[in-house]
Design a protein around this ligand. Structure first.
Ligand SMILES: Nc1ncnc2c1ncn2[C@@H]1O[C@H](COP(=O)(O)OP(=O)(O)OP(=O)(O)O)[C@@H](O)[C@H]1O
Length: 202
């Protein structure tokens, strides 16, 4: 599905990685190892070289906004540009279901300034899921969440896995790769290494 060959930036790589539909790959590694830079390079947000294709279509043949809708990067800290939460969302059918799934059914009427870190994190995920991406590049998606919210977000992500999306998950939570039956990788000094056999789902 997503094929990455020799992806390189001044600070990471070269990195090869293949993501298959309906699978989760998890990346661990020390702070500063290059995990976020790797996800950003895949999304083409920073200068990079190498070959990346999605379902056989080479990234360079696709307009960047189309690529980023299909291969969505969800940063650890999301960006907000308007005062009202509602102004950041495409108010299409399905939005209510997604907001409900993350426990924020009423959030559209709120001001952005009142959002907690965890509320921002969950709303940013909903924003990305609205475009129905084939690949989700998740940068510590539950780092600011309490256990019930982690459960909700993980359930939502598992639904995406079941419907054929691929997840690339950067996480410092050692239990998370296991809960997603993820293939595990370790990043150190900008280099990615496979860890072991895929975990069994719990
Ligand atoms: N624009 C930049 N110029 C120079 N160095 C940078 C730049 N962006 C990131 N770095 C450095 O590259 C290294 C990797 O950063 P990255 O954000 O990928 O780390 P990370 O593995 O995601 O860490 P964390 O777990 O803390 O989020 C860090 O040392 C960071 O300071």
């Amino acid at each position: 599905m997503l094929e990455i060959r020799k992806l390189t930036t001044p600070l990471i790589g070269p990195i090869d990685l293949m993501l298959e539909p309906g699978t989760c790959s998890a990346i661990s590694g020390a702070s500063g190892a290059g995990k976020s830079l790797f996800l950003r390079a895949i999304a083409d947000l920073d200068d990079n070289s190498g070959q990346i294709s999605l379902g056989g279509t080479v990234r360079s043949e696709m307009p960047a906004p189309d690529w980023r809708r299909k291969v969505a990067y969800i940063p650890a800290e999301s960006g907000w540009w308007a005062e009202r939460v509602a102004d950041h969302f495409d108010q299409t059918t399905g939005l209510g279901t997604l907001l409900d799934a993350v426990g924020l059914a009423d959030a559209l009427s709120w001001e952005v300034s009142r959002l907690s870190t965890g509320e921002r994190q969950r709303l940013a995920l909903v924003r990305a899921l609205q475009t129905d991406p084939k690949v989700l590049l998740l940068d510590e998606p539950t780092s600011a969440l309490d256990p019930p919210s982690v459960e909700r977000v993980e359930a939502l992500l598992k639904e995406r896995l079941a419907s054929g999306s691929a997840l690339l998950l950067v996480t410092h939570d050692p239990g998370q790769p296991k809960r997603f039956a993820a293939r595990r990788y370790h990043m150190a000094s900008g280099k990615l290494s496979p860890l072991d056999q895929p975990e069994k789902a719990s």
